[in-house]
Design a protein. Sequence first.
Length: 267
Amino acid sequence: MMQRSTDAADYQELPVAVAVMRKHFPADWVTPFHSHRRDQLLLASSGTMRVRTQTHSWIVPPQRAVYMPGGFEHTVAMRDPVEMRTLYIEPKAHRDLPSACVVISPSALLKELINALLDEPVDYSDSSRGLCLSQLILEEVCRGRSLDLSIPMPSDPRLMRVCEHVLGNPGDHGSLGSYADLAGASERTLARLSQDELGMGFAAWRQHIRFHYALEDLARGTPVGKVAHACGYASVSAFTAAFRKSLGHPPTRILEHLSEVSGLEGA
């Protein structure tokens, strides 16, 4: 039986449609921008990931997954220690595989299938059980419900420097003008770029970031009042109204909603 590697390169040319890698990442670990030939599904069984491409960023709460088609350059940052399960999937293994990057809520069955495939040899091409598991995994990946957890990112390097700073420091309350030196651009230029490249004002974009980070705090059981304060709100009611407008559900319901779309109870 081939030993299971933690090097993604070892999974790209295996003679199987779905390969699975298990890996632990410490808190604050950041991978450099890279891409893979195969599609991949990144699932954090614990911990929160931030996945970035050149155009978008996704904050992926625990027990959620992000699907990344092959060839997309991306980087992954771990906010906490992360227990990662990664599927490397042949791009044409199933006609209904996602064609764009998306966060999905994996079913309980998919999680169990991934764990079961980890018990098979890395190259399970001679295992009828492994082949059956891989086919079921493909079906479950294609059935995964997508979640609107994407965050637009700019292409202009001046605004990108500011956005990268905020992603790493979501509690920073600096005005747009205070980032002028970091960006190498005036407040007026940054405001224009925000509208042109993010589709919203900078303050709205930063609040969107905070709400996505708040998902993890809520998942940990942090009281809504504390989460509201961390996001800069003086009252729970104001935070709840803004949170619902941004993510479609109030903070007291968002985790239930994420569980409902995956068919899980209290995940």
